[in-house]
Ligand binder design. Structure first.
Ligand code: ADP
Length: 257
């Protein structure tokens, strides 16, 4: 088992380091994309236009990576509030669905009633999207991905270092490639990835882990090679009532990885 104190110190150090660089890099990228915008109407030949398109794609990929680093460095203000995760997930469903291929079955199973948990909605949504993107990457056509919620009672030590008590669990399950023991052990390490260069950053699960820890919870990865994977997030139940304000549309504040 990885030492979680060591993990969070590592996360913090890397977060500080990358936050500043990512911010400056984003500004440089906008100089490039703005320049390409201006060039497009001037460049007439097809080869040149093709070049502009691939440069734009590369810049977008760069922007997506730096956005991930910024989220990772937690530069956004975090506002934990008591939330009903069923409502949060249901409102977010269209974004999750768009992150999956049409050849993969995508389902959401929410528990009848959930007690409130303290989370920052934007951070939670980004984490959930990361899990669904990973599931989509791992799953072949015809496979399935399901997001489920439940209220559970945990015994002391049943999940990581979580104390005995009531929790809300949000799990993302897939029928994909699964992970070996070695990959499971390293999966939440920042920058650990088995994906091709340019495809994976290795920041998804460490981000998810950072988020769930920040709200006093933990995560558990269950996986079988060639069978599939389930990542379960546990959040301690709040004594407060869930806030009922209408959720803002998610599209603007969430990063597609
Ligand atoms: P990335 O997705 O950029 O590689 P992550 O931190 O999200 O970074 O994941 C780390 C690694 O964990 C992945 O490269 C992959 O090997 C493994 N992994 C994560 N989610 C899944 C999943 N649902 N099924 C199989 N492997 C997974």
């Amino acid at each position: 088992a990885r030492d979680s104190l060591y993990q969070s110190q590592k996360l913090e150090a890397i977060g500080k380091l990358t936050g500043g660089v990512a911010h400056d890099f984003n500004n440089l990228l906008s100089v490039i994309t703005n320049g390409l915008d201006l060039l497009r109407p001037i460049v007439k030949d097809p080869e040149g236009a093709g070049l502009i398109t691939s440069m734009e794609k590369a810049a977008m990929r760069g922007a997506s990576l730096t956005n991930q680093l910024l989220t990772f460095a937690r530069q956004q203000p975090v506002t934990p509030e008591p939330r009903d995760l069923n409502r949060v997930i249901t409102a977010f469903e269209p974004v999750l669905r768009r992150a999956t291929r049409s050849s993969v079955k995508f389902e959401i199973h929410v528990a009848g009633q959930l007690p409130a948990v303290m989370v920052d909605v934007a951070l939670f949504e980004t984490a959930l999207l990361n899990l669904v993107v990973n599931a989509n990457d791992a799953t072949l056509d015809g496979g399935s991905i399901s997001v489920a919620t439940a209220a559970v009672q945990l015994r002391e030590g049943e999940i990581g270092r979580l104390a005995e008590g009531s929790y809300v669990v949000v799990s993302v399950g897939d029928t994909g490639s699964g992970m070996t023991e070695e990959v499971i052990a390293r999966a939440i390490e920042p920058f650990f990835t088995t994906k091709a260069v340019g495809k994976g950053t290795g920041l998804g699960l460490s981000q998810v882990y950072g988020m769930v820890q920040q709200f006093g919870g933990d995560l558990k990865i269950t996986s079988q090679v060639a069978q599939g994977t389930t990542v379960a997030l546990y959040f301690p139940v709040s004594t407060e009532e869930a806030v009922e304000d209408s959720l803002p549309p998610p599209s603007d504040k969430v990063l597609i990885v």
